[in-house]
Design a protein around this ligand. Structure first.
Ligand code: ADP
Ligand code: MG
Length: 224
């Protein structure tokens, strides 16, 4: 390594440290305040499912960001544990609903059966959220997202469909490429990140179909 590259690496490392430090500081403020809100609501005897759900989603998102910040330090930040598949699916759906914003989108969820799966919760949730978010973004104003999950042939399977804009036939193989995006403010990283993580778990992710009426993605995770 040349002296110049060593210096560049050091500058990048410092930058990562500073940015991580600042992100963590502000994440802890968000976390603390969401806990304070929860406690105050309890004290006042206010019970509101929508507020509880929002606070739980905020806290889960904080954990996901925090785990991503840890990824900056180490590529082996993979905290695999056993989770109930159905519970994870519902958590991901709740997180994703934040992206509905002012669109008129109906969610239908069919969970056939469940089992324990061994995954890194934050990464797994991020993948499902990425797919549902894409589905929401493909719908202009009004539409439907359908989530089907089941355990079959020693695999946990989740199928996510929407009735938004079709992916052109010629682009259906390209969508998983790093940087491919058709959105003005897109990054083209979502599907690529999902594919990398799911495949690192010996799972699969594919586009089952994209027609004028339905686009469906399928993720499978092997059960050991
Ligand atoms: N459900 C979907 N419906 C229509 N197009 C999709 C869908 N999911 C992904 N795409 C297409 O694949 C591209 C890449 O998606 P992604 O990797 O998540 O990046 P981004 O969302 O930042 O564009 C999107 O820009 C879009 O063109
Ligand atoms: Mg995306």
């Amino acid at each position: 390594m040349t002296q110049e590259t060593t210096q560049q690496n050091e500058t990048i490392n410092n930058q990562i440290r500073y940015v991580s430090h600042e992100i963590r500081n502000h994440l802890s403020i968000c976390d603390m305040y969401s806990q304070i809100i929860k406690k105050n609501l309890e004290k006042e005897g206010i019970s509101n499912n929508s507020i509880d759900n929002a606070l739980n989603c905020i806290q889960k998102s904080i954990q996901i960001i925090s785990s991503n910040v840890t990824d900056l330090k180490s590529i082996n930040n993979n905290a695999k544990k056993i989770y109930d598949f159905e519970t994870l699916c519902y958590k991901a759906i709740e997180l994703s609903k934040a992206y509905i914003d002012d669109k008129d989108i109906e969610f239908e969820t069919f969970i056939k059966n469940s089992t324990n799966i061994l995954v890194d919760e934050n990464r797994f949730l991020s993948c499902i959220v990425n797919i549902i978010k894409n589905g929401i973004e493909s719908i202009e104003i009004k539409g439907k997202i359908i989530i089907l999950s089941e355990i079959k042939n020693n695999k946990a399977i989740i199928k996510i469909s929407n009735n938004g804009k079709q992916i052109p036939k010629t682009k259906q193989d390209t969508i998983f490429d790093c940087g491919y995006t058709t959105k003005d403010s897109g990054s083209g990283l979502g599907l690529n990140i999902c594919k990398k993580y799911i495949e690192s778990q010996n799972g699969t992710i594919k586009l089952n179909k994209s027609t004028k009426t339905e686009t469906q993605f399928e993720i499978t995770i092997p059960i050991n």
